[in-house]
Design a protein around this ligand. Structure first.
Ligand code: CAO
Length: 440
C-alpha cells in the first residue's frame, strides 16, 4: 500500500523549510525512523524520518526545494494491504484516473462528483475558448492553455472558489502538478506582498564579470533567515548601543585557577559561561532588560533564559540556556558547551533555540575592540563582548598591567532609556571587576 510522507509540524510558527539533502532514492528500502530528508527551517536543521517500513516509490523533492508543513515529499510502498477507504497517495490523481472503477464501486454519489469534475473541465475549456475569442491579451507564451494545466478538477474548483486564475499558479507536485495547497498559497499572497516583489526583481545588478572573475553561492536557509530577521529588527527597533569596559584580571585569574577543578567535573569554564552567570543576575536586578514590548504594554518575564550566539559553518545560531539563575557555574559551562557543539553539528532542535529573554554575543575569541550587536526580537536587549586585552591602567598613581574586556549593550530605546543602559552595563562591569558587587 502506498503511504505518503508529509512535512511534519516542525516547531511553533514554522510553516516552511528548505530541503537541505535528500537521503534516499526511489527503490531504496527504508525502515521506521530512518531519516529520509534533511530540512532547514528558520529555527533549525532537522531530519524527517520515515513513519513506515517499505520501499521508496516516489521522491517528490530535491535539494534546495522549498516545502511547506503537510506537503507530501515522498511516497513509500509498504507491505500492508490496501484495506480500501484509507487515505491513499495522490487523491486528486485517483479522482481522474480511476473514475470508471470508482463509479462502479461507489455508486451514484461518486458519479455526481465525477460529473462535477467533468463539468469543471468542460467549464475550464469553455472559459479558455471564451477568453481566446474575447481576444483577452493573454500572452500565449506566458499563459498556458487552461486544459493543458496539470490540476485535478477538485483543485480547479478550489481555484475558482477562491477567485484564483489557475494559469497563474505554480505547481509543486510532480511534473509541476498544481495541488490544492498551491492554490491556497497563491491566494494567500497579499497584493501588497506581490507589489513588493516587483521592484526587487526589477533592481538589476551590473554585470560584475566585466571587471573581473566572479562566482556565485546559493545562500543557505539559516543565513537567509538571519538576514531577514536582522533586517526586520534593524528597521523596526530603534537601537542604541552603549559601550563600557571592565578590568577582568581577577576574574580571569579565578577562571584559570578553577579550570582544572571544572574539568574534573566535565566542564570547560569559559568566559561566556562566567558572563552567563553574571548576566542572569543583572537581568534579575534590571527587569526591563528581560522584558518584551507588546504594543502599549511591557511584558516582564520572571524567569531567566539567555540565548548565546554561536558561530557555526551554516551561519549564526542562538541556543538558549534556561533558568540561568538556578544553575551553578559548572552546570552552565557544561550546558553551554553541549548546546554550542549541537549547534555546530546541526543537531540542535528548534525547541532548544526558543524562549530566550536576552542574548549574549561573545566575539572575543575571534577579536575586535567593540561592536554593535542587533537586538533579537521579541527581546529588547543584547550584550556584545569583544576581546579582552592587557592594557596599562593607572591605579591611583601606580601604573599597572590589567586585562580589560570591552562590552557593549544594544537595546530597544522604546523600552530602555540611555541611563538604564549605562547602569545595566556598569553593574555587569562592576561585578566582573569585583564579584562582591553582587551584594550591592
Ligand atoms: N576575550 C578574550 N578571549 C576570549 C574571549 C574574550 N571576550 N572570549 C573567549 N576568549 C578566548 C577563550 O578564553 C578561549 O581561549 P583559550 O582556549 O586560550 O582558553 C578562546 O577564546 C575560545 O573561546 P571559546 O569559543 O572556546 O569559548 P567561549 O565560551 O568564550 O565562547 C561561544 C563560546 C559559543 C560564544 C563562541 O565559541 C562563539 O561561537 N562565538 C561567536 C559568537 C558570534 O558569532 N557572535 C556574533 C553574533 S552576531 O553575528
Amino acid at each position: 500500500m502506498k503511504k505518503e510522507i508529509k512535512v511534519p509540524d516542525i516547531a511553533e510558527n514554522v510553516e516552511k523549510g528548505t530541503i537541505a539533502a535528500v537521503l534516499v532514492s526511489e527503490g531504496d528500502k527504508v525502515s521506521v525512523d530512518q531519516p529520509l530528508v534533511e530540512i532547514e527551517t528558520d529555527k533549525a536543521s532537522t531530519d524527517i524520518p520515515s513513519e513506515f517500513e517499505g520501499v521508496v516509490a516516489e521522491v517528490r523533492v530535491k535539494e534546495g526545494d522549498e516545502v511547506k508543513v503537510n506537503q507530501v515529499i515522498m511516497v513509500i510502498e509498504t507491505e500492508e494491504e490496501d484495506k480500501g477507504g484509507e487515505k491513499e497517495s495522490e487523491p486528486e490523481e485517483k479522482e481522474e484516473e480511476e473514475a470508471p472503477k470508482a463509479e462502479k464501486e461507489k455508486g451514484k454519489e461518486k458519479q455526481t462528483a465525477e460529473k462535477g469534475g467533468a463539468e469543471d473541465e468542460k467549464e475550464d475549456k469553455e472559459k479558455a475558448g471564451a477568453e481566446e475569442k474575447e481576444g483577452k491579451d493573454k500572452k500565449p507564451d506566458s499563459k498556458r492553455n487552461l486544459s493543458e494545466i496539470p490540476a485535478a478538477p477538485s483543485v480547479r474548483r478550489i481555484a475558482r472558489e477562491m477567485d484564483v486564475d489557475i494559469a497563474d499558479v505554480k505547481g509543486s507536485g510532480p511534473g509541476g502538478r498544481i495541488t490544492a495547497d498551491d492554490v491556497k498559497e497563491h491566494a494567500g499572497k497579499a497584493p501588497k506582498e506581490k507589489a513588493e516583489e516587483k521592484p526587487e526583481a526589477e533592481e538589476k545588478l551590473p554585470d560584475f564579470s566585466q571587471w573581473g572573475p566572479v562566482s556565485r553561492e546559493k545562500i543557505k536557509t539559516i543565513r537567509r533567515l538571519t538576514a531577514e530577521n536582522v533586517s526586520k529588527s534593524w528597521q523596526n527597533i530603534p537601537h542604541v548601543t552603549h559601550f563600557d569596559e571592565a578590568d577582568t584580571t581577577n576574574l580571569e585569574n579565578f577562571r584559570k585557577q578553577y579550570q582544572k577543578k571544572a574539568e574534573k567535573q566535565g566542564a570547560k569554564l569559559t568566559v561566556t559561561a562566567l558572563l552567563l552567570k553574571i548576566t542572569g543576575l543583572a537581568l534579575q536586578k534590571f527587569p526591563r532588560f528581560n522584558a518584551s514590548l507588546d504594543n502599549d504594554e511591557i511584558i516582564y518575564k520572571h524567569f531567566f533564559n539567555i540565548g548565546v550566539a554561536v558561530d557555526t559553518p551554516q551561519g549564526l545560531l542562538v541556543p538558549v540556556i534556561r533558568d540561568v539563575n538556578s544553575k551553578s557555574l559548572i552546570q552552565l559551562s557544561i550546558e553551554l558547551d553541549e548546546l554550542a557543539k549541537k549547534a555546530r553539528e546541526k543537531k540542535i532542535s528548534p525547541d532548544e533555540m526558543q524562549g530566550g529573554n536576552f542574548t549574549i554575543s561573545n566575539l572575543g575569541g575571534i577579536g575586535g575592540t567593540a561592536f554593535t550587536p542587533i537586538v533579537l526580537p521579541p527581546q529588547v536587549a543584547i550584550l556584545g563582548v569583544s576581546r579582552a586585552v592587557y592594557k596599562p591602567v593607572y591605579d591611583g598613581d601606580e601604573l599597572g598591567k590589567r586585562l580589560i574586556i570591552p562590552l557593549s549593550v544594544s537595546y530597544d530605546h522604546r523600552v530602555i532609556d540611555g541611563a538604564d543602559g549605562a547602569r545595566f552595563l556598569r553593574w555587569i562591569c562592576d561585578v566582573i571587576e569585583d564579584p562582591f558587587a553582587i551584594l550591592q
